[in-house]
Design a protein around this ligand. Structure first.
Ligand SMILES: O=P(O)(O)OC[C@H]1O[C@](O)(COP(=O)(O)O)[C@@H](O)[C@@H]1O
Ligand SMILES: [Mg+2]
Ligand SMILES: [Mg+2]
Length: 348
């Protein structure tokens, strides 16, 4: 279908292969939007009775949306292989055309624990170059740092269906127009505000956070009475795509930091399907994404399903958090705020 998305990709994407791959992903997201909208009406609710490779319970929609995206990508000649959060191994095949120049990684349904509550969910995707087009890709070909991404984006299935597309130097938002089923360009050359007064973190993990994160959040919560001398708002949707879209729209910072809850896991979110594409979208919109001390886009992947700490959003706030990680006096500052738990009156 020819629409504003194709025109935009032709103009900014760099080559026709990017246009083809992104249109295939957008087509898959269009079908997922329909499935998410009609889920309870067509029996697509509740657990699928299975677990994914990470041991997480799969929702019926996790499985269904994964299949939709697999079909969309297998029909696309520019795609040489793909990998999904929901599948143990990457899918590659020599039968695919030598036109295959891209490797795609995706989280078909992000925030899926929210589905039954009818809270926004989404799809996240990342496009990497096939290092040697012409041969069937191998598993290790996918393990490229996020800085190699050619494009990335996500869809949010909320009150409106939004598709965010980022290519080198530019991020744009498209909205699915229900009558024509076409993607309409609703924001171009998006820039994330550099400063912010809104932070997002799962506060139930507070006691497991490391000192720099304890310090940052305590200072936000102290508000106008604390060292920041201004009040902050807190948000937590438990849906990374929805949080990302809020930050893209009006600034803010998101933290799913390393914590001591499950010491074997370095973070909650997945590098290849969540952190890298979000970091790429943010970078093209003038915002930042870090592990705490390093740029997400520079993390060298060791496995497809690797987890990382993820902190991203408005540049000033992310910069401050990086400074706190570098600041050896963080523990001292923490003592100043120790009596100020998130749920203790800051004046107590
Ligand atoms: O359950 P928590 O700790 O609130 O974690 C929520 C996070 O987990 C996620 O739901 C993980 O994504 P999936 O739903 O794709 O597994 C993120 O969207 C969200 O940021
Ligand atoms: Mg996810
Ligand atoms: Mg998911």
């Amino acid at each position: 279908m020819s629409d504003e998305l194709k025109d935009w990709l032709d103009r900014h994407g760099g080559d026709s292969a990017i246009t083809d791959t992104m249109l295939a992903l957008a087509g898959g997201c269009r079908l997922i939007a329909d499935a998410a909208r009609r889920g309870p009406l067509i029996g697509l609710v509740g657990s699928a009775g299975s677990s994914n490779v990470q041991g997480e319970v799969q929702q019926q929609l996790d499985v269904y949306t994964n299949d939709l995206l697999c079909d969309a990508l297998e029909a696309c000649r520019s795609v040489a292989g793909y990998a999904s959060e929901e599948m143990e191994d990457a899918i590659t095949s020599a039968r695919w055309s030598s036109d295959g120049v891209h490797l795609v990684l995706f989280d078909p349904l992000d925030g899926s624990s929210n589905i039954e509550a009818n809270i926004s969910v989404g799809t996240i995707f990342s496009v990497l170059p096939h290092p040697e087009p012409g041969r069937a890709p191998e598993a290790d070909d996918f393990l490229q740092p996020g800085r190699h991404q050619l494009a990335a984006g996500y869809a949010v299935y909320g009150p409106a269906t939004s598709l965010v597309v980022a290519v080198a130097g530019r991020t744009a938002v498209f909205t699915l127009e229900p009558a024509s089923d076409a993607w309409v360009l609703t924001r171009d050359a998006v820039r994330v505000p550099v400063t912010a007064r809104e932070f997002a973190i799962n506060a139930s993990n507070e006691r497991f956070w490391e000192a720099p994160v304890q310090r940052y959040v305590a200072e936000c919560v102290a508000g106008a009475d604390g060292p920041r001398s201004r009040d902050f708002n807190m948000r937590w949707v438990a849906s990374l795509v929805a949080e990302t879209h809020r930050i893209l729209s009006r600034g803010g910072v998101f933290l799913y930091p390393r914590d001591g809850k499950e010491p074997r896991k370095p973070g909650r979110l997945r590098l290849m399907y969540e952190a890298n594409p979000v970091a790429f979208v943010m970078a093209q919109a003038g915002a930042c994404a870090v592990t705490g001390s390093h740029a997400i886009l520079d993390v060298r992947p060791e496995g497809l399903h690797q987890r990382v700490p993820l902190i991203f959003g408005s540049a000033d706030e992310v910069g401050r958090i990086v400074e706190y990680h570098a600041d050896t006096s963080a523990n001292v500052s923490l003592q100043l705020f120790k009596t100020r738990s998130l749920f203790v009156n800051a004046h107590a």
